[in-house]
Design a protein around this ligand. Structure first.
Ligand SMILES: [Zn+2]
Length: 86
């Protein structure tokens, strides 16, 4: 019964299913998403028209996740903005 040959190049993504994707079309091109171009975003399956579009998205999300992890809001703003010399 298990005659399907599945390429599992990178583990987790092999379990993602097209029918579980929250979107129907690729955000980059507007084309229908493809079953081999899925990834997880915030715990949800999202799809792209091809693996190149997916990889571009993954690179962007990793970039911002790393930036957010390192981000420290500045709480002492420079006070030269509203200086009135009288
Ligand atoms: Zn695309």
């Amino acid at each position: 019964m298990s005659g399907m040959a599945v390429e599992d190049g990178d583990g987790g993504r092999a379990a993602l299913r097209l029918e579980d994707a929250v979107n129907d079309t690729c955000p980059w091109s507007g084309k229908p998403i493809s079953s081999d171009s899925l990834t997880l975003y915030r715990g949800f399956t999202v799809g792209f028209c091809n693996t190149g579009c997916r990889d571009k998205f993954e690179a962007a999300t990793r970039h911002f996740e790393a930036a957010l992890a390192a981000y420290e809001p500045e709480d002492d703003a420079p006070d030269s903005a509203e200086t009135q010399a009288g």
